[in-house]
Design a protein around this ligand. Structure first.
Ligand SMILES: *[C@@H]1O[C@H](CO)[C@@H](O)[C@H](O)[C@H]1NC(C)=O
Ligand SMILES: *[C@@H]1O[C@H](CO)[C@@H](O)[C@H](O)[C@H]1NC(C)=O
Length: 222
């Protein structure tokens, strides 16, 4: 009797959900720590302006947008915090591997994350789709490992490579992607300032544009 009642209740609920078009979504896995690499470990909840940048290490527009943002970091010092979220674009065949490399580097030596990102920016052309068309995945990883060792530190080659066999680094890279998706990121570079999406995202922002965005915010903080 009770089972029957529960069953009819379930049917009723399902019908109700269907009628009202209630959208039941699966829970995206919640990471133990919030995603992102904080530049120089600056605090993000202090009196600074927080820029979140979604970068694909193999995207030319991400590459070109980094120097002006870095210049802004130098100018504002501790009044600007930058958090980079790696975001692998699906049409860049090696982007997920590059993003995973950043997570591995971050785990092995946190201060090597940005140097490795910069190395990817510098040499990204060799990892584009066309020049790697005939290359096996393992040889691309090995090649990236050579770059990574230069940033992480010598003697890191074998630990770096085994990072690619560690499912946790795979999960972390997936979380970065899901995090971007959950915030509506559709391409790179994509910027948020104090949590709000910048409409100029998608192409590089010049240094003076950063100034014109950040200066008024800092004035209003006083
Ligand atoms: C960690 O990475 C930084 C930046 O590349 C480097 O200067 C430092 O020597 C590395 N640490 C070790 C222990 O290798
Ligand atoms: C990683 O796993 C692959 C495939 O199972 C294996 O061939 C490779 O030797 C492993 N690499 C390391 C560094 O453990």
């Amino acid at each position: 009797m009770e089972i029957k009642a529960t069953a009819s209740a379930t049917v009723l609920l399902l019908l109700l959900a269907w009628c009202c078009n209630v959208h039941v979504e699966a829970q995206v896995p919640i990471p133990a720590k919030i995603d992102g690499f904080v530049y120089r470990g600056a605090p993000v909840w202090g009196h600074s302006v927080v820029v979140e940048a979604f970068f694909d290490p193999l995207c030319p527009d991400s590459r070109d947008s980094w120097p002006p943002l870095k210049k802004a970091l130098r100018h504002y010092s501790d009044r600007l915090s930058v958090v980079v979220h790696p975001f692998a674009l699906p049409y860049h065949s090696n982007a997920f591997i590059a993003c995973r490399a950043l997570h591995i580097a971050n785990k092995l030596n946190a201060s090597s994350t940005y140097p490795l990102l910069e190395l990817f920016f510098k040499f990204q052309e060799k990892y584009y789709n066309q020049p790697t068309y005939n290359l096996p995945r393992a040889s691309i990883i090995k090649d990236m490992a050579r770059l990574a060792v230069a940033a992480i530190g010598k003697n890191s080659l074998s630990t770096f490579l085994s990072g690619f066999n560690d499912t946790r680094t795979d999960s972390a890279t997936r979380i970065s992607f899901k995090y971007g998706c959950s915030r509506g990121v559709t391409g790179t570079p994509f910027f948020f300032v104090n949590g709000m999406p910048l409409s100029q995202s998608g192409s590089e922002l010049a240094y003076k544009e950063w100034r014109s965005i950040i200066d008024p915010l800092l004035e209003r903080q006083i």
